[in-house]
Design a protein around this ligand. Sequence first.
Ligand code: NDP
Ligand code: GDR
Length: 371
Amino acid sequence: MPGRVWYTLALVDFCLGGKKLKKALITGITGQDGSYLAELLLSKGYEVHGMIRRASTFNTRRIDHIYRDPHANGDPVHLYLHYGDLTASDTLLDIIYNIRPDEIYHLGAQSHVRVSFDMPEFTGDVTGLGTARILEAIRKSGVKARFYQASSSEMFGSAKPPQNEQTPFEPRSPYAVAKLYSYWLTRNYREAYNIFAVNGILFNHESPRRGETFVTRKITRALASIRAGKQKVLYLGNLDSKRDWGYAPEYVEAMWMMLNRDEPDDFVIGTGEAHTVREFLDEAFGYLDMDWHEYVKIDPRYFRPTEVDYLLADASKARRVLGWEPKVRFRELVRIMVDADLELMGLECPGEGKRILQERFGNWHRWEKQV
Ligand code: NDP
Ligand code: GDR
């Protein structure tokens, strides 16, 4: 009986005077945010458990540098990985029941807005119903875990900027609709079952670990590739949409802050500064004294059937209540990403982005661990 095993282990630990580590479970640990969050929680002394999907090739490149094979000698790293999938409720229940985490960060999702138009049903299953499966696993297992839901500024859709916690949602994609389902379900489980469940409504956040098909990373990777003489043209879609782009490692700190308060509540997180894709191109190419007009072509295949034109965060509640404030601004973010992709391509970089990281951040923002 697993319950008895856990009770016995807890008793042994207590008798031995062992100090119990706080336990966190992260879904989506192999993604951009999951990898930074795992580093943050390990640095805070947590035992971290991550759920990963089985794939025919390795999908753990963002966390390989913090994982240690349990058979290897050396200092223990409190990071454990478990196979599971957001579409399979039985494994979710097993994982939560067996680990009994104190905190669950639910970051796993089909997270690409354009792809959600091609795969609306799948996106609803993973990004929407996946949340229902986890919340049900918490309820059924009786585990007293706090729950973080990765909600998104995409839920605001065509709502007038700036957007805050009071702004009515006007979603514009199957992805945003699936995230709204999860948002309301999180609030419902908080009210119905008294679960400490919160929504972080995060605006776009980027980094050198950003997925290669999101527009910022697509641009910085292509720029490095053009610089290396390996690519001549960069095909993009709508250059006029505006986004509030921040630096991902700062956003995962906000997630932790939300789960470590006395009361559960929902928060908007963003920089309060918005720029067009065109301005991102200006900054990125301009940093290397290059003109993007010579390389960028428009391919209508990247247009979305319905676009979100203008997202701008009003994160004043997070500033006031959490004390959260972003340090990295737009121009600096672009430089960090361009430097990283140049180095990844084996090229020399101007170094301004590297300098910003080295000056402002401690150990866990290790420059060399970019993918
Ligand atoms: P990524 O796309 O980088 O990571 C998504 C993660 O979800 C990956 O680990 C992926 O695993 C996992 N995943 C996908 N499908 C499943 C599934 N069926 N079962 C289990 N795991 C699955 O996203 P980000 O790190 O950028 O974002 C984290 C979360 O925050 C997402 O929910 C996203 O929608 C949300 N969000 C992101 C924002 C941003 O700007 N980055 C802003 C607001 C919200 P695998 O590696 O195997 O593919
Ligand atoms: P977004 O990010 O849709 O805001 O969702 P993305 O980088 O995909 O698009 C931002 C804007 O750039 C325009 N764009 C292109 N986008 C992509 N991907 N590829 C292109 O070639 C291209 N050309 C122009 C888009 O039309 C859009 O206006 C991200 C994801 O991380 C979500 O999971 C998250 O919830 C939101 O941010 C907040």
